[in-house]
Design a protein around this ligand. Structure first.
Ligand code: BGC
Length: 518
């Protein structure tokens, strides 16, 4: 018995092993008690894991995105799009903003152009040299700067002075050979990725902010004027010749690279949105003469889509309540990079509180907002190692949770998968809605014969989430193919248009330049 006790509990061997018989007896009683406690603990852990598994199962049901539901989501989106094209200001959910871009780049754009790309936590200044005829970007350089957090909720003047200064420094440090002729000013495209009611291709009124920005005094004012004034204060001469949403920039870049089959621009990054090429006569609210091209690029602002078909969970409600814009941007808050980490964090917190997933105490970091970023969720989601080592490392390093069991890590990975899958599939439903709206989904209008060649449609994609979160991207692509189906008359390609919004803004500055006409 003594031997058994010693072997069973290695830490007791030394001194205790040499004790008198009675002493050994005492040890054995302790060992038995220890084993009982250990077994009880194990049982408790099993019960906790089972409880957690049940909760995960319920969450999976609530977040499910089967094909019929995705079709309902797409149909609801089309309905809102139609309503938004009729009414000035858009429908309740979709603004459907005319971009004033009637002609997308032709490939003949030539010269040196700049772009300023403001859309998320970082902004970029770019210089692009366009080669003309062959549709070539000869060279491009850029500088990326993080926006100081306090400027995201400060005043318009502070934000634009900061951006104008960065642009000024970029221009000041360039080679003298790039200096324009005395009669020429530098021209820039401004990719401004927030809802704006455009009043021309180079002016527009800020409707409201998204993605954590909240600069009240800039709302209701012309954004280009605010920026142009700040450039003036910096003592530089750069003229904004095109104001574009990042989706429109991405579409323009897509046209430039992938030609006329590109009909849709879509961003999946910090935020999400899409734009597309619409027949100008379908834009009922358009009061000016119809553009000669017969087309108009429309910015949906789909982030604010709030259909009851969206499979929301308690975590989405929490994320919405804690945001700077509660009640708005439901689709964005379920699909985009700013929020996926937060959704998973809320789910983990609930599991920690109600199923003691991480033991008796709830890890403090789980209560801290933004302690789990979407890149971490993406890494955990992509962890295919047998022991889920990446999950372990993220839990440890980001949330301070040490020594997790494989079962616990499996639950965490399941949540990442669930949230990523839902986001990717909903994004696919959105794109499918746009394809339906432009008649590029399902059978061909004049009846589809299997032998007929399929028509190609390209969706130009940009944004860090789409670019880097590969399992998410895979879910999106799979769902889109399921939705479009094999027997349709159209083939759809999602194409990454790297740095789409910046290059696209420069391209649109070129096609709207007062110096160079393509
Ligand atoms: C903005 C859109 C933008 C999208 C992607 C959303 O929050 O409202 O204008 O296109 O983010 O950056």
């Amino acid at each position: 018995m003594a031997m058994e006790c010693g072997i069973a509990l290695p830490g007791l061997q030394g001194g205790a092993g040499h004790m008198m018989f009675g002493g050994v007896e005492v040890q054995c009683v302790r060992v038995r008690a220890g084993r009982t406690v250990a077994m009880a603990m194990q049982k408790l852990k099993r019960v906790q894991v089972q409880r957690a598994d049940r909760m995960v199962h319920d969450l999976r049901m609530a977040s499910a995105t089967p094909l019929p539901l995705l079709r309902q989501v797409a149909d609801a989106l089309v309905e809102e799009m139609c309503a938004g094209l009729e009414r000035e200001g858009g429908s309740e959910q979709l603004k459907m903003l005319p971009s004033y871009v009637e002609n997308l780049p032709s490939g003949n754009e030539k010269g040196l152009f700049y772009a300023v790309d403001l859309g998320g936590t970082n902004f970029r200044v770019l210089r692009v040299s366009l080669g003309g005829k062959k549709g070539e970007v000869l060279s491009q350089e850029y500088k990326e700067v993080a926006i100081p957090r306090e400027l995201m909720t400060g005043t318009g003047k502070d934000l634009f002075d900061f951006i104008a200064d960065t642009l000024a420094k970029f221009v000041d440090t360039e080679d003298t050979s790039l200096e324009p002729n005395p009669d020429k000013t530098r021209e820039a495209g401004f990719a401004f990725s927030f809802p704006v009611r455009q009043t021309s291709v180079k002016s527009g009124i800020v409707i409201h902010w998204t993605k954590g920005f909240k600069i009240d005094d800039a709302v209701g004012k012309d954004i280009v004027k605010q920026f142009q004034d700040a450039i003036g204060r910096s003592g530089h001469n750069v003229e904004i010749s095109a104001l574009v949403n990042d989706t429109v920039g991405t579409l323009a870049g897509g046209r430039y690279n992938f030609q006329e089959e590109t009909m849709i621009g879509c961003i999946l990054g910090t935020g999400t949105n899409a734009c597309y090429v619409e027949r100008a006569d379908a834009v009922k609210k358009w009061k000016d003469p119809l553009p000669k091209s017969g087309e108009m690029v429309i910015n949906l602002e789909w982030g604010n889509f709030r259909s009851p078909w969206l499979p929301r969970t308690f975590a989405d409600e929490e994320v919405d309540n804690e945001s700077v814009n509660p009640g708005d941007q439901w689709f964005e808050k379920m699909v985009s990079g700013m929020y996926l980490g937060e959704i998973v964090r809320h789910m983990l917190l609930k599991l920690a509180e109600e199923a003691a997933l991480f033991g008796d105490t709830v890890p403090g970091k789980l209560r801290e907002r933004h302690s789990l970023g979407t890149p971490c969720v993406s890494e955990m989601h992509a962890d295919t190692s047998a022991e889920l080592q990446v999950v372990a490392a993220v839990l440890h390093q980001n949330l301070g949770i040490q020594s997790t069991s494989l079962e616990q890590r499996r639950i965490v990975r399941d949540l990442c998968d669930m949230v990523g899958q839902r986001g990717g599939r909903l994004a696919a439903a959105g794109v499918y809605g746009l394809l339906k709206k432009i008649g590029r989904a399902g059978p061909h209008k004049n009846g589809f014969a299997m032998s007929r060649k399929k028509k190609k449609t390209v969706v130009a994609m940009d944004g860090g989430l789409y670019e880097h979160h590969l399992p998410y991207r895979k879910y999106m692509e799979e769902a889109l193919h399921e939705l479009v189906g094999r027997n349709g008359a159209y083939e759809v390609f999602l194409r990454l248009q790297n740095d789409g919004s910046g290059i696209g803004a420069a391209l649109l500055a070129a096609s709207h330049s007062r110096h160079t006409k393509p």
